[in-house]
Design a protein around this ligand. Structure first.
Ligand SMILES: [Zn+2]
Length: 122
């Protein structure tokens, strides 16, 4: 799938959060998700020796806290916004189970693309 303007804006949102909030080893990854009606939720990971939580899960919980249980598109950025990362295997499973038609932005920053969550391996 090709990138929409709203997809590029979502990458910018995740990048902004990453640059602003991922300033310690505790928080290194940011994620942003958009609903079909344009609401955006962001979050950062929580790193801890016990396992912590990935940014994607924080975003799902943040959306649910606001009563939103349907997400359309998600992106995850690392390295203070210098890379877009695909969700890890456990997150892929959660995202597939909760949002079977979720669009995921992946790829190199200069060649981003959108894939359906079910088309990601793992
Ligand atoms: Zn994960």
């Amino acid at each position: 799938m090709t990138m929409r303007d709203t997809d590029r804006a979502l990458v910018q949102a995740a990048t902004a959060v990453s640059k602003l909030r991922c300033r310690s080893p505790r928080h290194t990854v940011a994620s942003a998700a958009r609903t079909a009606d344009g609401r955006v939720f962001t979050g950062v990971n929580v790193h801890h020796v016990t396992g912590g939580s990935c940014a994607e899960l924080i975003v799902i919980g943040t959306a649910a806290t606001q009563g939103v249980t349907e997400l359309e598109t998600i992106v995850t950025v690392t390295d203070r916004g210098r890379e877009v990362a695909a969700p890890c295997d456990p997150c892929r499973q959660v995202l597939r189970d909760h949002f079977p038609s979720l669009r995921v932005i992946v790829g190199e920053l200069d060649a981003l693309r959108v894939v359906e969550i079910g088309d990601l391996p793992g």
